[in-house]
Design a binder for this molecule. Structure first.
Ligand SMILES: Cc1cc2nc3c(=O)[nH]c(=O)nc-3n(C[C@H](O)[C@H](O)[C@H](O)COP(=O)(O)OP(=O)(O)OC[C@H]3O[C@@H](n4cnc5c(N)ncnc54)[C@H](O)[C@@H]3O)c2cc1C
Length: 536
């Protein structure tokens, strides 16, 4: 089955939906998404969106804060674009119907770590789901946008899929759409499009512990990589220091819920399983040291002792105060059998955000003609080696808007598309051994957690590479003889993402921002890590 459209958007988080809404309504747009339309990292964002709103704030201050967080690797001109266009994008959201929180008639602005001013626009502590709700409602009002749930992208269509064009050199490649599996009907649709936007979000599920939902298997990174796009700075994975530790059976994909920084701000103490405090060994600011330092300290203690978690303790605080300050955390922990007014909370750092991604220009265009990447999957250059809190939703808004603007300008002048073959699965069989898939998921996630997490070394990276390459070989063999289904696609992508992260980490012979390695503690001259089709 073939569907022809002007614009194909893969992903229905903030980047995909906002891009769709900004495409000129005279063009037909398909948005495909692999689960239900709300399931996305966007839907779980709590804090908010950073933007210069208050008169005491300035663009320069927000630019400086972002660049300082980025540890020498931000692209200054791109940060400037994001910061300066931010307030207009917040206004757009308000006009679309997003209900942000207000105080005395003005947007209620919060302050977060690393920000020198109050500039976090939010909808209570559920900003993401409110943004997602309002964008989806707006999309549903638009006749030119067709949203297809339970449709998972397999691969992009490029010269590689067209027999007589296969040997084109990669810098002149085009993207002409994607093969998409309609999960409910079990058929692969050939989507042929003038322009494709990858907006598939993050890859937290590469790691055993993550705050990201199940959809975050890094599909877009792997899909773009296989198609020959350049991928940058993938070693910079942001870990949140404290997420609730759970070892429930069957919970391998369940995101860990965040135990927010505010709990440490409130006086919460980190303790080993023995009850001993340990932060004094790492930083004079103790529990209030920056996120990456606290995450590294916890990681070090876990690795030294072979433990799975440490404790966060607020039991010495007044129990009514605890419940008043943290009603959501109190309730979520109670559901897991932990009364935080009396029990220590088991916590572990968790993969939270990917700063690197598909390398794009200031309009979110990749190095493949006709392929854009927006949101967490992209590497625009705004985050550098570490992301400033609440800059990711802003980045997604600003650069998906710019992508849509450029598409509106250029769509008429795009080259014609050659004859594209349909998906060919002749000779493949339905998978009868699903146990191998679930086992391999666990192996990848555990291996990445143990060896390619918060603290790295040459030895750890090599071990991870050896093991994951073995899994890569096994899974590719299975993939070639099996009819495609969701799990095998995700596992394959998770493995490619892991190899990309390992390769990028091996290339960086220094410790910078979120990449910390025992073998190279010093800083070198700042350089981006760019890779392209090195595995396949
Ligand atoms: C718990 C949590 C809290 C956060 N809090 C904040 C915050 O306060 N402020 C902030 O700025 N950022 C925050 N972030 C980060 C931010 O939410 C994300 O970076 C952002 O939402 C990413 O948006 P996106 O549109 O790029 O991707 P997503 O919102 O993740 O959307 C990706 C979409 O792609 C779909 N998809 C994926 N693969 C495929 C495929 N193969 N085929 C079809 N569809 C596919 C998914 O189903 C989903 O619809 C938080 C993240 C988490 C997890």
């Amino acid at each position: 089955m073939k569907i022809k459209t002007n614009v194909l958007i893969i992903g229905s988080g903030i980047a995909g939906l906002y891009a769709a809404l900004n495409i000129d309504p005279k063009y037909e747009v398909y948005v495909v998404t692999k689960k239900n339309s709300t399931e996305s990292n966007t839907n779980y964002a709590q804090g908010g969106i950073a933007s210069v709103i208050d008169s005491s704030d300035s663009f320069q201050k927000h630019i400086n804060d972002s660049v300082i967080a980025g540890a020498g690797l931000c692209r200054q001109n791109i940060v400037e674009i994001m910061v300066k266009e931010g307030p207009q994008r917040i206004n757009d959201l308000i006009n679309l119907g997003t209900n942000f929180s207000y105080k005395n008639g003005n947007l209620d602005l919060a302050k977060e770590g690393g920000h020198s001013e109050k500039r976090i626009v939010h909808a209570a502590d559920l900003t993401g789901s409110e943004v997602e709700r309002s964008l989806l409602e707006a999309v549903n009002r638009r006749r030119n946008i067709h949203l297809l749930e339970n449709h998972i992208a397999i691969d992009l269509i490029t010269e590689h899929n067209v027999l007589n064009l296969r040997n084109q050199v990669s810098d002149t490649r085009h993207c002409w759409g994607a093969y998409i599996l309609d999960i409910n009907n079990n058929i692969v649709i050939t989507f042929i499009s003038n322009v494709t936007i990858l907006a598939t979000g993050g890859l937290g599920q590469v790691y055993l512990h993550t705050t990201n939902p199940q959809i975050a298997t890094g599909d877009g990174f792997a899909i773009a990589y296989r198609a020959g796009a350049k991928i940058g700075n993938m070693e910079f994975i942001q870990f949140h220091p404290t997420s609730f530790y759970s070892n429930e059976v069957g919970s391998i994909f369940n995101p860990s819920f965040l135990i927010s920084e505010a709990v440490r701000g409130f006086g919460g103490k980190l303790r080993l399983k023995t009850g001993e405090e340990f932060m004094h060994k790492y930083d004079s600011r103790l529990e209030l040291a920056p996120r990456d330092i606290v995450a590294r300290a916890i990681d070090n203690e876990l690795k030294k002792r072979g433990d799975d978690y440490v404790f966060l303790d607020v039991t010495f605080k007044n129990s009514d105060d605890i419940k008043e300050h943290f009603p959501h955390i109190y309730k979520r922990c109670l559901e897991k059998g932990i009364d935080i007014t009396q029990d220590y909370i088991p916590v572990v750092p968790a993969a939270h955000y990917s700063c690197g991604g598909v390398l794009v220009d200031s309009n979110s265009h990749s190095c493949l003609n006709g392929l854009y990447a927006c949101g967490e999957i992209s590497m625009t250059g705004v985050h550098g080696a570490n992301r400033l809190a609440s800059n990711s939703l802003l980045e997604a808004l600003v650069f998906s808007h710019r992508a849509a603007n450029q598409i509106n300008l250029n769509l008429n002048s795009i080259d014609s598309i050659p004859e594209i073959p349909e998906w060919d699965d002749s000779g493949t069989l339905s998978a009868d051994e699903k146990v191998m898939i679930s086992h391999s998921f666990r192996e990848v996630k555990q291996c990445m957690w143990d060896y390619v997490g918060i603290v790295r070394s040459d030895l750890r990276l090599q071990r991870a590479e050896d093991r994951i390459k073995l899994l890569h070989k096994e899974v590719e063999e299975l993939y070639k003889k099996t009819k495609v289904f969701e799990d095998i696609l995700e596992l394959r992508n998770l493995i490619i993402c892991s190899l990309i992260i390992i390769e990028s980490a091996k290339l960086r012979k220094e410790s910078r921002g979120l990449h910390y390695t025992l073998d190279y503690p010093e800083l070198l001259d700042p350089q981006e890590t760019i890779i392209q089709n090195i595995i396949l």
